[in-house]
Design a protein. Structure first.
Length: 321
């Protein structure tokens, strides 16, 4: 490991370890980093694509955007002001250069502290509504990253969203390629994938929302899902690779803000991954914004962390000076 952006090698290791705590579909962690004395680059890892589930790499770019957001926080906490270029060349998703030295503010430190505490929580939440002030904070978090958080509170819209999630879920259950990827990334793996302890419960007929089935445990009798979770759709304003990277940063700011407020969340990407369902969801939301992630948010009980790969496995050959 070498230094970068004026940071010592061990500081760079910590910064990259923070980036790698970002969420990713099936916990594939599809990012790599290239270090140069004057830049840190975020690259996709093509060996970790989900070709059947995510053929256009949308989930992959969201994950890399989320890792980039963590990277920005970790650098800011070390007084490095990150100057970010998105898609600077054919290969890299982002390049970060030194934009000066400034101490981080309190809000940045709070978000950074939330990085290791944030987890996907697929277990039932408590039947406690998310207060209005918390909802506003989540909406503002998305806006800060040039994105839009649509709260699905309208009864008809909620009904449509539930149907679309179920439809996309059924379509993926019937897709052998998608199921093979789910199987491959579920259960005991080393450093990645979704372990049984993170999987939530097996689906049951009474479940209102079709969560992805990561082969979790049987639920204890009477342990049903909450009746009224806050359902939100994170949206971008256009739909190119750049917008997806931007949405990934927004996703992570929203999830970390939720964590600072004591909220839990899980991502439900089936209605985004299935193209025709995504189009219908877009129309349900009025057609002006592009849905990028559906989230279920509420007050949950603690869940264990999902594994991560060691930083050494994430490094590419160093860039030229
Ligand atoms: C783009 C994207 C899509 C995801 N889709 C789903 C999903 O459909 N269902 C689900 O339970 N989790 C989903 N997740 C959450 C990941 O499975 C989770 O981030 C990963 O397993 C790592 O666990 P952690 O979030 O607890 O760190 C998604 C995450 C991202 C970034």
């Amino acid at each position: 490991m070498t230094g970068a952006l004026g940071l010592a090698a061990d500081e760079v290791t910590e910064v990259l370890a923070t980036a790698a705590l970002a969420p990713s579909a099936h916990n594939t962690q599809p990012w790599r980093f290239r270090l140069g004395p004057r830049r840190i680059e975020v690259h996709p890892d093509p060996t970790r694509r989900l070709a059947a589930t995510d053929p256009a790499d949308r989930d992959l770019r969201l994950a890399c955007g989320a890792a980039l957001f963590n990277l920005r926080l970790a650098l800011q906490a070390r007084s490095v002001r990150p100057l970010v270029s998105l898609l600077p060349d054919r290969d890299a998703m982002a390049a970060i250069r030194l934009g000066g030295r400034f101490p981080a503010d309190e809000a940045t430190r709070r978000l950074l502290a939330a990085v290791p505490a944030r987890r996907s929580n697929r277990k039932p939440f408590h039947d406690v509504p998310v207060p209005a002030a918390h909802r506003h904070a989540l909406v503002r978090a998305a806006e800060r990253e040039q994105s839009w958080l649509h709260l699905v509170t309208d009864r008809d819209q909620r009904f449509h969203l539930r149907q679309l999630v179920a439809k996309a879920h059924r379509s993926q259950v019937g897709d052998a390629g998608v199921q093979a990827e789910l199987e491959a990334w579920t259960g005991a793996r080393s450093g990645d994938g979704v372990p049984r302890a993170s999987a939530g419960f097996r689906p049951a007929p009474q479940d209102e929302w079709a969560l992805r089935d990561f082969r979790g445990g049987e639920r204890p009798p009477g342990k049903d899902y909450e009746s009224d979770p806050l359902m939100v759709v994170l949206c971008s304003f256009c739909d190119g690779p750049l917008d997806q990277l931007q949405a990934g940063q927004a996703l992570q700011r929203v999830l970390l803000t939720a964590t600072t407020l004591g909220l839990s969340a899980s991502v439900m990407s089936q209605p985004i991954e299935v193209g025709p369902v995504r189009d219908r969801l877009r129309r349900t939301l009025g057609g002006m914004v592009v849905p990028q992630a559906v989230l279920r948010i509420g007050f949950g009980s603690p869940v264990p962390p999902a594994p991560r790969r060691p930083v050494d496995d994430l490094l590419m050959e160093p860039a030229a000076a």
